[in-house]
Design a protein around this ligand. Sequence first.
Ligand SMILES: Cc1cc2nc3c(=O)[nH]c(=O)nc-3n(C[C@H](O)[C@H](O)[C@H](O)COP(=O)(O)OP(=O)(O)OC[C@H]3O[C@@H](n4cnc5c(N)ncnc54)[C@H](O)[C@@H]3O)c2cc1C
Length: 509
Amino acid sequence: MVLGDQLDRHGGVLKDAAPQQDAILMVESRALLKAGPIHAQKATLFMAAMRHLAQALEAEGFTVHYLPHDHEAANDFGAAAAATLKTYGYARLHLMDPNDRGVSGLIQAATEAAGATFVPHASDRFMTDDATFDRWAHGKKTLRMEGFYRVVRKQTGLLMEADGTPEGGQFNFDQANRERPPKDRTPPEAVGFEPDEITAGVIREVQAWDHAWGDAAPFRWPVTRAQALEVLAHFCEDRLADFGRYQDAMLTDQPLMWHSLLSVPLNMGLLHPREVVDAAIAERGRRAGTDREIPLNSLEGFVRQVIGWREFMHHVDRVRGAELRQENHLEAQQPLPPAYWTGETDLNCLKTSLAHVRERGYAHHIERLMVLGNIGQLAGVQPEALLDWFMATHVDALDWVMVPNVMGMSQYADGGRMTSKPYAAGANYIHKMSDACASCRFDPKGKGDDACPLTDWYWAFIDRHDARLQGNPRMGVIRSAWQKRDEGVKDQVRERAAVTLQAFTDGTL
Ligand SMILES: Cc1cc2nc3c(=O)[nH]c(=O)nc-3n(C[C@H](O)[C@H](O)[C@H](O)COP(=O)(O)OP(=O)(O)OC[C@H]3O[C@@H](n4cnc5c(N)ncnc54)[C@H](O)[C@@H]3O)c2cc1C
């Protein structure tokens, strides 16, 4: 059985599969595609990529049992496995350990209930093993990516000198990766792919779904390994050199900036994280000594995202995901404001990021963290409501990576067990790192009626959570700045924030 995020022809259970001895089961699970709202491009992406692999396997001579979403047994993976095993009388079902928790148990139970043997295969989708992470995490109350990243750097030897020191004398060059958005440069055009017959067929199907959000076309995502390799090559050639410096910057008319767009092929199994970092490192080597050198801060910044953040999030989800999903340290109880679905809001930064998501199911990291996530957090939105929205609307969203990113990193729902402080910011940050304020009806520096509400929301957030943030050394300066304010001024901020937050929740701001 091959799941939609295990599409590596030469990995997982397909590694040793042979047409004479194995049949392949692939399922477009209705539980994933049709149970609630889903971005049309996300549904198209998974269905098109799965159908391409199924066709390639058939061409190799495999019998492929492909259950499309409207097949009566495609309700969920368990139902599909049980029905296929019974119908064809297979004795065994092989499955690579799925990235998402709970899926393996569901399929195993269905397999055994159908009288067949479940044969689990270890996952080959990550670079680090469970034991390495568990040894490092043992006894730690808080888990910080940076510590684990250093373990991975040393273990793999990536960007390390022969004497065991990090290349360039430090592990992390993040301080060089916070430049403001450039005024005079535009990122290179991203590589995109014209839908072929298979993908065009999926697009037509999805366009008829009432529950799909956004449009399936124009669709440009990679759906085969060959296309995924093109995205990787393009990134190394055209974007990697400037990836670092503009990593945190946002431009309203540049939804992709210098980001790699590799989360899609990585998460679907079309690329392996190891080959991605190897390609980036090799590119820097090739260009050394030329006038197109790749700065170390760019390469290290990218490598850290993949072998640091991505691996770290995988393990955090594995060991803590089930409880993390339920947590709500800040006791945020507001419903998701309608703007997240309608895109209608006067906050230009949010409006722009929402338009980016609607267009292709993608917003880059800083838009997710400092706009979409930050504004939800300031507005006191229930973390799980935000999680559901992110899951439905982002093409690269899978449970294992969304849960720690939304609940842990973005919403502080775990009370800081993986981040040292909430990622909360007011208008100043957005104004500094984006051009959205220039065409917004609100003024990020304003004091009167045109003042950006984010500033009041930020201070109201600090006020609301003062007791919870007490004792956090990274929040000390900001808390004392708030506490020193005149009581009358504080009341005005609270009142203004209450009014504008209500309007935002009601859908009138
Ligand atoms: C609220 C929120 C939700 C997110 N949801 C997802 C998600 O559903 N799926 C997902 O893959 N990433 C998610 N991320 C992490 C990150 O934003 C995306 O991986 C990234 O934006 C994908 O675009 P890219 O490939 O152009 O990334 P780049 O900026 O080019 O980064 C390179 C690669 O590093 C990896 N990476 C970087 N940061 C993270 C991270 N925090 N967690 C895991 N991998 C990381 C990704 O594989 C990415 O492709 C989320 C982050 C936040 C704050």
